[in-house]
Design a protein around this ligand. Structure first.
Ligand code: ATP
Length: 361
């Protein structure tokens, strides 16, 4: 049994403009010790899908369907009290901005110690000792000195480590990180990614990593799910995703990886704009931006199928490459003709992302 089993997760927001189905029928699994990437452009639904795992969806949003089983038990069926007990213990989350998590008026050490006590992991001086060892585990130099530091006294990289230490207070089985390295310089970014690697390898912690950055995905994910307009469009091992992307949207994302020496803060995106969340396109939601779209793509919706077999995802083994494109059920006349060229040059010494180019058809 996988550690996390998400099935048909569906989240809606009720806005003045209409209903936004931010996450639409999402299903995936994460194994113990696995690093699972959730990628896609802004608005794809990555954050909402992640927050939903902890039931952190506030009004005007609502989880309207699905199951979220961690260790076989459905989080959506718990009372608020049961859920509080499982937050932190089973699943913990790290957000992009450490300052949104850290309280400016308490020291780093006090905050971690308090989290440990609140969850009943340890009491008294044992809690303090555990906090110190967590600071050490996440690579904060001079843990005893930093214990007494206030959040504003730490650099962005150290503050992010402190937040990760806090998330690890109760030894969660699954750690969800939402853009944990965005805004950090590449050397610090690489250190945080190395820390995640160590957590998964040494402690068997499973990681769900939300990111825009395909370089980060290449660096540390085992398995990747690509989201577009709230729906999964492709799931594959990281190698298959980079060497053999099956969905035109994924191939487009690959083409937008910054090249060596190019100064880009954010990925440039696939031409065209993300689908209108209130009135998504008919058929395949990506079709208005897809260079390979044919009339059927406008009228018939897609679902994930095995890229080799065309079988529905429900009949495809969990580790097989699946994509939601009519190509794989034999319904595209023209087919997909892109070619992906892998250049194994490193993007920079420490982050080491691969460079990928896709040719236009
Ligand atoms: N509180 C909210 N009220 C209304 N709509 C929301 C709310 N939060 C998210 N959404 C909508 O849900 C969709 C998915 O948003 P989400 O933040 O998950 O995207 P994302 O892929 O994480 O993007 P980003 O990388 O920019 O964070 C978007 O259309 C967004 O507008």
């Amino acid at each position: 049994m996988a550690l996390l089993e998400v099935e048909n997760l569906t989240v809606q927001f009720y806005t003045d403009d209409g209903v936004v189905r931010a996450v639409d029928g999402l299903s995936y699994e994460i194994e113990r010790g696995e690093t699972f990437g959730l990628v896609g452009e802004s608005g794809a639904g990555k954050s909402v899908a992640s927050r939903a795992l902890l039931r952190l969806i506030d009004s005007p949003g609502e989880i309207v369907d699905g199951t979220i089983r961690v260790g076989g038990r459905d989080l959506l069926e718990h009372s608020d009290e049961e859920l509080r007990a499982r937050r932190g213990n089973d699943v913990a989350m790290v957000f992009q901005d450490p300052n949104a998590t850290l309280n400016p008026v308490y020291t780093i050490g006090e905050q971690i110690t308090e989290t440990i006590r609140a969850h009943g992991v340890a009491t008294g001086s044992d809690a303090r000792t555990r906090a110190l060892s967590l600071l050490d585990r996440v690579g904060i130099p001079d843990p005893a000195g930093r214990y007494s530091a206030y959040p504003h006294e730490l650099s962005g990289g150290l503050a992010q480590r402190a937040v990760i230490a806090m998330a690890l207070s109760c030894d969660p089985d699954l750690l969800i990180l939402d853009e944990p390295t965005t805004g950090l310089d590449v050397t610090i970014q690489a250190q945080i990614l190395a820390l995640l690697d160590e957590l998964t390898e040494t402690f068997g912690t499973a990681v769900q990593l939300v990111t825009h950055d395909l370089g980060v995905v290449a660096e540390c994910c085992d398995e990747v799910l690509v989201l577009y307009a709230g729906q999964a469009v492709e799931r594959a091992s990281v190698e298959e995703l980079f060497y053999d992307p099956a969905h035109p949207y994924t191939a487009g994302l690959m083409a937008s990886i910054p090249r060596i020496g190019q100064e880009v803060d954010r990925l440039s995106t696939v031409p065209g704009a993300m689908a209108d969340p209130v009135h998504p396109p008919t058929g395949c939601r990506f079709h208005p931006r897809c260079p390979y779209a044919e009339p059927i793509c406008e009228t018939r919706g897609t679902e994930l199928v095995g890229t080799e077999t065309g079988d529905p995802v429900s009949r495809t083994p969990e580790n097989e490459h699946v994509a939601a494109c009519h190509e794989y059920t034999g319904e595209l006349d023209g087919g997909l003709e892109y070619e992906v060229r892998i250049d194994d040059g490193r993007r920079n010494e420490s982050a080491g992302a691969e460079n990928v180019e896709s040719k236009e058809p």
